[in-house]
Structures are given as structure tokens and as C-alpha cells.
Ligand binder design. Structure first.
Ligand SMILES: [Zn+2]
Length: 418
């Protein structure tokens, strides 16, 4: 290993929220402990890793040659980690906006040919380069808003070639962004499989026997996910898909309990999934199961806002000791939000997390749900230097002044990217 040298010192910040603490997802009171250093400094080395974190007054003299970035009056924190996105899709569904605002619900829009199947048609119709170009616009906006790590799901192909194409594009984005990919072939039953029970069964069989093995062979996914809910896949179908994925070495994530109490959260716990996501309709039994299985609960309050649905009870989740993360769910229909800082604020107003808990949820806990807790989501020596300089001395302004452009600088691997 070559010796590393300090190249950059972020100094004199009003506060550095390190999120230093135990490895692994945090729960309960620990979610609000941000490892804050007042008047802090962060030193980055020439490999793009963090070399030192501490009080500005304790900066070692040996770092004197490094470039100084004066953070007086500002806040340093880990860059955001968006642990649930569908950001690779073709076209758009802006035509559904008026319907939705006029009161049509998700399931009704879906029944009239809109919804996921509309995005499937638009995504299948374009080639790799067009899909990449459209997705790049979105991910660049997301990074400008402070996110450097992204989970990206497929699920607008729903057949082998188009699922592979979505995941190839996601991997290609991974050359410039920190990306973990998820095969969500079980996102919806495609139109051609809705004609009979046999066609539906054949589609699920094709996911297990054809799509997931091809995805794993080409190393295109880190995780598999299933939309286990009303109108999508039931618990038995979901279990089948997830077991097939697990046998191929993929991690597991579950879209669970968004539309009803349909058993998705319990299934995520039964299979020890990395995350259960949405979780609007859960009670004590589900919360206990998630906690005991160590599943990260990923809340997606932007989707609740757009769809006019209730918010998941994040407060009860924290009090039950379930580790909580927050993500955008960025997707073409139910929430095309790209700004995770804005969604962090919604997690406070909607899911009733405290601002500190929401910061942990959008950084360290999100990273842990992706298996990246030892690389990003906290500011500790050895971690990647993915960090934000906020133009405020108080991190709570992300909530108090929600939506304001407070993310002044975005750094990824020690390089300024926005
Ligand atoms: Zn989703």
C-alpha cells in the first residue's frame, strides 16, 4: 500500500456531524446521536479517504501543506445515501399529475393503463444510450442536492432483455456515482402475463428460472426486491422470488405494506432481508419482527405526499427499536423527487422523526442497508470522503428551512462534484 498524504483540510466548521459510533444500523436513542464535534475539521488524503477528524484546535501541524477549505459558519456532514430509487426509467408520466391531484388513486391510475405499466412501455421502447442519457440527467440533479450514493432498481422491463438493459445502465452510472443495483423484476405483472392465471405463474417462473439467474451471471445486481402488496405479488409468490434470489447470492429488499397489511414486512423479517420499504400499514407485530430480524425500515415520505396517503409511523418504528432509513423512492409515477434533503424534512413532518434521527436515517442507516456502512454515511478515518458543506451552522435548518438550497458543496471520494 502506498503511503497517503493529506491533501485537503475542511476547517473551522461550526459543527461536524461525524455519525461516528458503532458499526451497523442504529436504532432507538442512538439514532439521534450524531457524533457532533463543535468547531471541527476533517482531513482528506490523496486516495479520497478521510484521514483525520477532530476539533480544529487539535489539527496536527504535520498537515500544514494541505489545501485549506474554510468552513467558518458552516456545517460538515456525510453526503446523503439514497437507499431506494427507481431512477433508471424511460419517458415520464407527467400526464398522471392532474389525475392524481384531482383525486384518482394509484390503483385506479394503474387500472386505466397508467402507472408502472406505462413506464414499462416507455422504457422497453428506447435503447441503452437513450436510457442512460435520460437517467444521467436525474442522477446529476440528485447529486447536486447532496446525494453521492444510490440504490437503483430495475422493474420497468419485466422481461429479460429490458431488465438486463436497465441494470446495465445502472451499472454504467456506477462509473461516476456510487451505485448499488437491485433487480426488481417482480415489480408488477406485465400486461402479457395478465391474461390468465397460467400466464401469471409462468411470469413468476421466468423471474426465478431465467431473469434472476441471468442477472446474477452477468453480475448486474447486488440485491433483488419484490413488490409484495395488494395488486402486485402475494406473500407466497414473493417468497418464491426472494428465495430464488438468495440462492443466487443476492441480498434481499422488499416493497412491503404500502397499500395494505399484506404480510410483506413479516416476509422481510422471515428471510432476514436487508430492508423492508414503505411500511405504511404495520403494527406492533411487524415492528417486533423487523427489529428481531435486524431489518432496516426504509421510509419513503415523498411517496405518501404525492399519493395523498398516510405517512408511515416513523416515531413508533424508532421507539420499537427498529433501525430506520429514509429515501426518495425517486420513480416516474408515485414520487419523482430527487432532493433527499427535502425528503429528510418530510420524514420529520410526516413520519415524525426528529431532525437528528432523520440525518442518521439519510446517511449512516441508509448506507448500512446497502452494505456500505463501512465506506460511506459517516465521517471517520478510513471512510470515503463523501461529505457535504452546508451553508448554515445548524443542521436542523435542513428541516426548518426545508427545500432551501442549503447544500453548498458536495464532495465524493475527496473530489468536489457539486
Ligand atoms: Zn419503490
Amino acid at each position: 500500500m502506498r503511503p497517503t498524504a493529506p491533501v485537503r483540510i475542511f476547517t473551522a466548521a461550526a459543527a461536524v456531524h461525524t455519525l461516528a459510533g458503532p458499526d451497523g444500523p442504529r436504532s432507538g436513542a442512538a439514532m439521534a446521536e450524531l457524533g457532533t464535534i463543535p468547531h471541527g475539521a476533517v482531513v482528506v488524503d490523496d486516495t479520497g479517504a478521510i484521514a483525520w477528524v477532530g476539533a480544529t484546535s487539535d489539527l496536527p501541524a504535520s498537515f500544514a501543506d494541505a489545501e485549506i477549505i474554510d468552513c467558518t459558519g458552516k456545517t460538515l456532514m456525510p453526503a446523503f445515501v439514497d437507499a431506494h430509487t427507481h431512477l433508471v426509467w424511460g419517458g415520464d408520466r407527467k400526464d398522471e399529475l392532474e389525475m392524481r391531484i384531482a383525486g384518482a388513486d394509484y390503483e385506479r391510475i394503474f387500472a386505466t393503463g397508467g402507472g408502472i405499466l406505462s413506464s414499462v412501455r416507455q422504457t422497453r421502447a428506447i435503447d441503452d444510450d437513450t436510457l442512460y442519457a435520460q437517467s444521467l440527467v436525474r442522477i446529476e440533479r440528485m447529486r447536486r442536492a447532496g446525494t453521492t450514493t444510490f440504490e437503483i432498481k430495475s422493474g420497468y422491463g419485466l422481461e429479460l432483455a429490458a431488465e438486463l438493459r436497465q441494470l446495465r445502465v445502472a451499472r454504467r452510472l456506477g462509473a461516476d456515482f456510487r451505485v448499488r443495483t437491485t433487480c426488481l423484476a417482480a415489480h408488477a405483472v406485465p400486461a402479457e402475463a395478465r391474461v390468465s392465471a397460467a400466464a401469471r405463474a409462468a411470469f413468476i417462473e421466468s423471474i426465478c428460472a431465467e431473469i434472476l439467474p441471468a442477472v446474477a451471471r452477468a453480475n448486474l445486481a447486488d440485491f433483488a426486491d419484490v413488490f409484495c402488496d395488494r395488486g402486485a405479488f402475494d406473500v407466497d409468490e414473493s417468497r418464491r422470488v426472494l428465495l430464488a434470489a438468495r440462492a443466487l447470492g443476492l441480498g434481499l429488499r422488499v416493497h412491503a405494506n404500502e397499500l395494505g397489511a399484506t404480510g410483506g414486512a413479516q416476509l422481510a423479517a422471515e428471510l432476514g432481508a436487508a430492508s423492508a420499504d414503505h411500511l405504511l400499514y404495520v403494527g406492533d407485530a411487524e415492528r417486533t419482527a423487523l427489529r428481531e430480524a435486524g431489518v432496516v425500515a426504509i421510509l419513503l415520505p415523498g411517496t405518501s405526499l404525492v399519493l395523498g396517503k398516510p405517512y408511515a409511523d416513523g416515531r413508533a418504528m424508532v421507539e420499537a427499536g427498529v433501525p430506520v432509513a429514509v429515501a426518495t423512492d425517486c420513480n416516474p409515477g408515485s414520487c419523482a423527487f430527487e432532493n433527499l434533503a427535502m425528503v429528510l424534512a418530510l420524514a420529520c413532518y410526516g413520519n415524525r422523526l426528529s431532525p437528528a434521527e432523520a440525518v442518521c436515517a439519510a446517511t449512516h442507516n441508509a448506507a448500512c442497508s446497502l452494505g456500505l456502512g463501512d465506506r460511506v454515511g459517516s465521517l471517520k478515518p478510513g471512510r470515503r470522503a463523501d461529505l457535504l458543506v452546508l451553508d448554515t451552522p445548524d443542521v436542523r435548518d435542513l428541516v426548518y428551512h426545508a427545500g432551501s438550497p442549503l447544500v453548498g458543496q458536495v464532495w465524493q471520494d475527496g473530489l468536489r462534484v457539486a
